[in-house]
Design a protein around this ligand. Structure first.
Ligand code: B3K
Ligand code: ZN
Length: 859
């Protein structure tokens, strides 16, 4: 397979300042005529051959300056066309069958509508084109089609004219004035209905807003609309970015490979990030919608106005846009809870990636299939890296940096280096060594030691960036660490400090501390590193109760539990020590349950046990069953020890009636959490309460929480509740997805049998990525079932990958990393995981997507 390297970048030989696209639409047959104005690039290599990328298309006709030509040739999937002059009109006709496009890249059909997905390389499945992000064109799009099948015809920019055609057809012409790369092109045609609203920009322009959905879904678009308006306002205030068209369309599609897509003026969304009402969407769903709507909207500047030079720069737009959506959500709700959630995602999704066979830096050096690089590293670590710049510069100077970035590169295809330089210049920050964060993979490990004598505190820090595939040796990176030293008697500190660790080892001295203080470090998670700091449980209990940084409080709780579980899993914990440590954890839990200064949303965060994936990361070679068992045992001990407190809590929060405000959301979060602990420690009481909560529920958060608990318990109630839920929501695909997920993710001992049966269920289909993920991602994330000693969990995921690859390679490849972690799993299971990867590798015609992931995982 061909390896694409960053160092091989060449500017395009030909530019395409304008393109005119004409679509004659049909579900099974769409004809495309593309007229490209091409011009030699003065900065190109002077080649007289125009390379146009293609993918599973063939040219029906090629014309140059109006005359048919036949001196073109195909080079693999690409079309090569010799051109003699400086600029030409190139016209190409192609034909596609959207209904048979199961990959969901390019132009495809979904429930009778037509839509496109072009990022990263889908445009070349529609027409021949230099399908690379540094070729920017203005688009004029004409489309015609059956009026009944496709009453709504949308593309980027503004609709300039429309009219009736022959034989029951109609047409529309769209024009997007902003030059853009092909990956931002979009077209939608279908029988859709809009929730319409307007937004007035700060300079007083009125923008028409539409959220297009299938008929019947329009009632569930209000939260998305509110989120969109809030995003538009927020970007004006927080980053000085105003919207630049008179129209902004969002379309919800139920067959979609990812979350959403930021096509200029025409965002296309997975229905799950648009549709919500209290009856069918959880609080987490509402938050996710707000975040994704914001994310895609923010791309209008970070991604569209300033785009990427090549796909190695993907984090330029994704890391920055994730940071922007994180800041937006923090401002809309609880910034403390948002920060904790974001760190949890980083640790459970990105840390394992960074320590496994697929580790890559946020600006990779090579790839085989770019779709495999839409990763937690590019997105979430990318956001953390930019957040560190902001932490070091401070918010005002950082803003000066981003202002300069947008001003300097507006209308350009930029690089990560351009971004760093703009921040360096605008924020007046030296980022010389900091650039290593862009080139080195791996999570830096920071060892902390604190010594106290007399009046003096000495903080010793040491860092190691671990080796990763292709990068055996690493250099130290600048690690900005926010810290505070607490007096253990007064519970106070003298102000937060920022230290920058930029050498392998460094010492920081603090004077004037007669008593040994308690160190709070990496406050707010100021750096995406792993901290190793052995310290007495009592210090962690102290911080869990007293730290004024909410993240640090959460972190203290996590560390307390992690330390305990590592020892327990490692077998180094005697019965006496186990009892003492559990007691400390129990005390900390009690204090949190009783702390009136906490709001319930934050209380909920403090009561969450560290995820199994994160715990597994703490071991060089992990035994997932032992981790699961110890974690469950602690949960059961807490549930039983604190059963009265949890029961009381469940009663208290059950009395709070439904609203979307923070207090009521906090109550709902705790309601299910209390049930979870009770289910582990007092199952009979939990079952009674869960049934009651399920029956009484007037919202999906409560109902799903109760069902999740019931799904893990034995007995007829489980079956009844699952049947009731399925009957109640049949026809609502997003809720039926939850029904699949709950069962595949449950604690029930027979999960694997359940999944097998669910795969045969009439509601299951391989054609819909949401449904596939609902069933199989939930299984791959369910440590106990996935790592079942029989190897059955591995077999099921392996078989899924083999079956799905010919249908939808992009989605199939997403499942490989779960098996790819075999080196970090105990040897007996590792052999079985490896065996599954080998079985996949032996398939005769694997996609580039799966092949790359499997080869790297075996390598
Ligand atoms: N930019 C898209 C992701 C496209 C993924 C293509 N495989 C959504 C986003 O990050 O906003
Ligand atoms: Zn994005």
């Amino acid at each position: 397979p061909q390896v694409i390297r960053r160092e091989d970048y060449q500017p395009p030989a030909w530019l395409v300042p304008e393109i005119l696209l004409d679509f004659r639409l049909g579900l099974e047959s769409t004809n495309v005529t593309a007229r490209l104005s091409v011009r030699r690039n003065p900065d190109g290599n002077g080649s007289a051959t125009l390379r146009l990328n293609g993918d599973q298309i063939s040219p029906l006709a090629v014309r140059v300056d109006g005359a048919a030509v036949n001196d073109w040739r195909l080079d693999g999937p690409d079309l090569l066309l010799p051109l003699s002059g400086e600029s030409h009109q190139v016209e190409i006709e192609t034909h596609v069958n959207p209904a048979s496009n199961s990959q969901l890249m390019g132009l495809y059909a979904s429930h009778g509508m037509l839509c496109t997905q072009c990022e990263a390389e889908g445009f070349r499945r529609i027409t021949f084109f230099p399908d690379r992000p540094d070729v920017l064109s203005t688009y004029r799009v004409r489309m015609s089609g059956d009026k009944t099948a496709f009453p709504v015809l949308l593309s980027n920019g503004n609709c300039e004219s429309q009219g009736e055609g022959e034989g029951g057809t109609h047409w529309a012409e769209w024009h997007d004035p902003w030059p853009k790369p092909s990956y931002l092109f979009a077209l939608v045609a279908g029988d859709l209905i809009a929730n319409h609203d307007t937004f007035t920009t700060r300079s007083g322009r009125t923008v028409d807003l539409n959220i297009w959905v299938r008929k019947g879904d329009e009632e569930r678009t209000q939260h998305a609309m509110e989120s969109l308006k809030a995003s538009m306002k927020w970007d004006e205030e927080a980053f000085g970015r105003e919207y630049d068209l008179d129209l902004f369309n969002i379309v919800a599609v139920s067959d979609f490979n990812m979350g959403a897509m930021e096509n200029k003026g025409l965002n296309v969304f997975n229905t799950r990030y648009v549709l919500a009402d209290p009856e069918t969407a959880t609080d987490a769903d509402y938050d996710a919608i707000e975040g994704v709507i914001g994310h895609e909207y923010f791309h209008n500047w970070s991604g569209n106005r300033v785009t990427c030079r090549d796909w190695f720069q993907l984090s330029l737009k994704e890391g920055f846009t994730v940071l922007r959506d994180q800041m937006f959500s923090a401002d809309m709700g609880s910034s403390a809870v948002k920060r904790i959630e974001d760190v949890r995602i980083l640790r459970s999704a990105q840390y394992p990636e960074d320590s496994g066979p697929l580790a890559h830096s946020i600006r990779p050096d090579s790839y085989q299939e770019i779709s495999n690089f839409y990763t937690a590293t590019i997105y979430n670590k990318g956001a953390e890296v930019i957040r560190m710049m902001r932490t070091m510069a401070g918010p005002e100077r950082f803003r000066a940096g981003t202002d300069l970035y947008f001003e300097r590169h507006d209308g350009e295809a930029a690089t990560c280096e351009d971004f760093v330089k703009a921040i360096e210049d605008g924020a007046e920050l030296d980022l010389g060594q900091f650039r290593l964060w862009y080139s080195q993979a791996g999570t830096p490990q920071v060892a902390v030691d604190l010594e106290h004598s007399g009046d003096r505190v000495v903080l010793k820090l040491a860092q190691v960036v671990p080796p990763t595939p292709g990068q055996p040796e690493k250099q130290p990176v600048p690690v900005p660490l926010k810290l505070a030293l607490f007096d253990r008697e007064t519970g106070q500190h003298r102000g937060e400090e920022l230290v920058i660790l930029d050498k392998p080892e460094q010492t920081f001295t603090f004077e004037g501390y007669p008593r040994a203080p308690v160190l709070s470090i990496n406050r707010g998670f100021s750096a995406p590193v792993a901290i190793a700091f052995e310290r007495p449980a009592q210090d962690l209990v102290f911080l869990a109760a007293h730290d004024d940084d909410p993240f640090a409080r959460y972190e203290a709780m996590q560390s307390l539990v992690v330390q305990h579980l590592i020892a327990a899993v490692g077998g180094s914990l005697g019965e006496g020590a186990r009892a003492v440590e559990r007691d400390a954890i129990g005390q900390a839990f009690k204090a949190i349950l009783a702390d009136d200064s906490l709001d319930d949303l934050m209380r909920g965060e403090l009561l969450i046990l560290p995820a199994e994936g994160y715990l597994a990361e703490q071991f060089l070679v992990a035994d997932p069953t032992a981790i699961h068992a110890e974690r469950e045992a602690l949960k059961a001990w807490l549930g039983s020890k604190l059963k009265d407190s949890f029961a009381e809590l469940h009663d208290r929060v059950s009395a709070v009636s439904y609203s979307r405000d923070a207090a009521a959301r906090g109550a709902r979060k705790l309601k299910t959490q209390a049930l979870v602990y009770l289910a582990a420690g007092a199952p009979a009481d939990a079952k009674r309460r869960a049934i009651e909560q399920y029956r009484q529920a007037d919202n999906m958060t409560d109902r799903q929480g109760a069902l999740m608990v019931l799904a893990g318990l034995e007995g007829p109630e489980r079956r009844e509740a699952l049947a009731d839920y399925h009957g109640r929501y049949s026809g609502n695909a997003l809720v039926i997805d939850k029904w699949f997920s709950l069962q595949a993710g449950s604690l029930h001992p027979d999960v694997l049998t359940h999944v097998q049966a669910l795969a045969e269920h009439p509601d299951f289909t391989m054609a819909n990525p949401n449904r596939v993920r609902a069933l199989y991602m939930a299984l791959a994330m369910n440590a106990k079932a996935f790592h079942a000693p029989s190897g059955e969990g591995y077999r099921m995921i392996g078989e899924l990958i083999r079956q799905l690859d010919p249908i939808n390679p992009q989605t199939a490849a997403r499942f490989v990393p779960s098996l790819g972690r075999w080196r970090r799993i105990e040897p007996r299971r590792a052999a079985m995981m490896r065996g599954e990867l080998e079985r996949i590798a032996a398939e005769p015609s694997l996609s580039r997507d799966v092949l790359e992931q499997v080869t790297k995982s075996l390598g």
